[in-house]
Design a binder for this molecule. Structure first.
Ligand SMILES: [Mg+2]
Length: 201
């Protein structure tokens, strides 16, 4: 099966270094927990413009961004999907500004030939663009694995199968019960693999 995998909080744990950077730079003490909204920047009570400044500095100047780690379970799961002859793609809304570094990071941690291609949906810092289905359609991809409920919903409504990698079990999508048969929930990578095995039958 042709599968698109999101990058942040699916392959790469970007939230831990982002919070570390934010706390250091702004002298705050924010932490991750289940009560936080999906997007941690929502909890910072900054304007959209201020958030973009933080993100741009984090991506371009911070040592924290250079130290991003792989999400738990991702490496084994991706290897297993690759061994089972699935065709894998990275589909991320990271800004194109960090495309080169992001590609390098993926190749360093997952190997040069693991992903057939990597797509960056975000030309600049416009995070309001949540159209991942366009890429799924263009590249004949059957499944999207993403931690962002809005991306899953957008793709599901366009008819694509999705797996919401729901790390804390309290995503907005679940709370609002916007359930859609095209969105499967998984708490971790092992559950993602179980879903894929069933979908593949
Ligand atoms: Mg993500």
């Amino acid at each position: 099966m042709r599968i698109a995998v999101d990058l942040d909080q699916v392959l790469a744990d970007i939230l831990t270094p982002l919070l570390k950077y934010y706390n250091k730079k702004y002298d705050k003490n924010e932490f991750l927990d289940d009560t936080k909204p999906h997007n941690i920047t929502d909890a910072w009570k900054l304007t959209k413009q201020e958030i973009l400044v933080v993100l741009e500095d984090f991506f371009t100047n911070s040592e924290e961004f250079r130290a991003v780690q792989v999400m738990p379970g991702a490496l084994t799961a991706i290897k297993s999907l690759k061994n089972n002859k699935h065709e894998l793609f990275v589909l991320t809304s990271r800004p194109k500004l960090v495309m080169k570094e992001s590609v390098k990071w993926v190749e360093k941690h997952f190997g040069d030939n693991t992903f057939k291609d990597m797509f960056f949906t975000n030309d600049d810092f416009d995070f309001s663009n949540n159209n991942k289905s366009k890429y799924l359609k263009e590249h004949n991809i059957k499944l999207l694995i993403d931690d962002n409920p809005s991306y899953c919903l957008e793709a599901a409504q366009a008819g694509f199968q999705t797996i919401l990698l729901n790390n804390n079990g309290k995503h907005q999508l679940v709370r609002k019960k916007q359930e859609n048969p095209k969105i499967l929930l998984a708490k971790n990578w092992s559950e993602v693999l179980v879903h894929i095995e069933k979908l593949n039958k």
